[in-house]
Write a protein that binds this ligand. Structure first.
Ligand SMILES: [Zn+2]
Ligand SMILES: [Zn+2]
Length: 292
C-alpha cells in the first residue's frame, strides 16, 4: 500500500477516532513498520500504544506529539519525535495547555448557542471520549444535532479560523514550541506546510524555526500533489531539513484523509530520521527492532 514509515497519527486520546491499539493494528495491517503516535498536545496515549506495538516483533513505535502554535494569520503545527514523554515538567506544561483547550472548546459551544445552533457540552464530550476535546468533536455534535451535513461543512460555516464560533487558543510561538520539544530531546518537524505555503510565509517561518532547532518538514502528506511534494522537497534541501511525512490519520473519513502508511514517504526518509535520532542519543526512546 505505501510507506513503511508514518510519522504523524492521532488516536482517541486527542481527536482521532481509533484507540491507540486499534490505530497500531490498522497501521501494522497496512504494512507500516516504523510509526509515531502524535496526539495533539498530549502524550497519554503512549503507554497503550507501546503495549499494542510490543505485540508485533517487526514494529517500531516512536513516542511523539503534535503541538499547536501560531504565527500571525496562521496556525502552525509542530511534531516532536523521540520526546522524553515521561519528563515531569514537560507533562505539567502539557496539562496547563490541555486545561486551556477545554475552556476554549466550552467557549465555542457557548458561541454556537448564541448563533442559534446549540449543541450540548455532554454530546461534545461524548464524541471526544477519553481524548482532549477539539473542534472535530464539536463538528460531530453539530452533525448529530442536524445543524450541518458534514465535518467539512461544520468547519466552513462555524469552526474555521474565520468562522463565527471560532475561539482563539492560548498562544505559543513556534520557536517556543521547538524549544519546549528540544528541552525533552525531541526532534521537531513542521507539520502540513501547505497552508503556510499558500499564505506565502513558509520560507520566513522555516528560517525562524530552523534557527530554533527544527530538523524536518512534512513533504509527504495526505493528498499533497507531486508538484507540491517537489516544491517542499526543494525547501527541505534549501533549509537543510529532513523531508519527512505522515498520513495524519484521524479516521474522520474526510476527502483528503489517507490511511496509515498511504503516503509516498520514501524508505530513505525513514532511515534518515532514525539515523539522526541515533546521532542525538534519543533513538532508544522508541521501542521495537529499529530502536537500537
Ligand atoms: Zn496538525
Ligand atoms: Zn495531526
Amino acid at each position: 500500500m505505501g510507506s513503511i514509515g508514518d510519522f504523524h497519527s492521532h488516536s482517541t486520546i486527542s481527536d482521532g477516532r481509533l484507540k491507540p491499539t486499534q490505530l497500531i493494528d490498522l497501521a501494522h495491517r497496512n504494512g507500516v513498520r516504523v510509526m509515531a503516535l502524535t496526539d495533539h498536545d498530549i502524550v497519554d496515549g503512549l503507554p497503550e500504544a507501546f503495549e499494542a506495538a510490543s505485540r508485533y516483533p517487526d514494529f517500531t513505535l516512536i513516542p511523539g506529539i503534535e503541538m499547536s502554535t501560531d504565527v500571525p494569520g496562521n496556525e502552525v503545527h509542530i511534531l516532536g519525535h523521540f520526546i522524553d514523554w515521561e519528563d515531569a515538567a514537560f507533562r505539567r506544561r502539557l496539562l496547563a495547555l490541555q486545561q486551556s483547550r477545554l475552556g476554549r472548546a466550552q467557549a465555542m459551544v457557548a458561541k454556537l448557542t448564541e448563533l442559534g445552533k446549540p449543541v450540548t457540552w455532554e454530546r461534545v464530550q461524548h464524541f471526544a471520549g477519553e481524548g482532549s476535546v477539539g473542534r472535530p468533536h464539536i463538528a460531530l455534535a453539530l452533525i448529530e444535532a442536524g445543524h450541518v451535513g458534514s465535518v467539512n461543512q461544520a468547519f466552513d460555516l462555524y469552526l474555521s479560523r474565520t468562522g463565527p464560533a471560532y475561539v482563539q487558543r492560548e498562544r505559543l510561538n513556534p520557536d517556543e514550541v521547538v524549544e519546549l520539544l528540544r528541552g525533552v530531546g525531541g526532534l521537531a518537524t513542521l507539520a502540513h506546510p501547505r497552508e503556510l505555503n499558500i499564505a506565502g510565509n513558509l520560507e520566513g517561518v522555516l528560517g525562524l524555526l530552523k534557527d530554533a532547532g527544527l530538523i524536518g518538514i512534512e513533504v509527504f502528506y495526505q493528498d499533497y500533489r507531486p508538484d507540491e511534494i517537489e516544491h517542499l522537497h526543494g525547501l527541505a534541501k534549501k533549509f537543510d531539513l529532513l523531508p519527512l511525512g505522515g498520513s495524519d490519520y484521524h479516521g474522520l473519513n474526510n476527502p483528503q484523509q489517507r490511511e496509515p502508511g498511504d503516503i509516498p514517504l520514501p524508505e530513505q526518509s525513514v532511515e534518515r530520521l532514525l539515523a539522526l535520532a541515533r546521532e542525538r542519543g534519543v533513538l532508544q526512546r522508541a521501542r521495537g527492532p529499529r530502536a537500537s
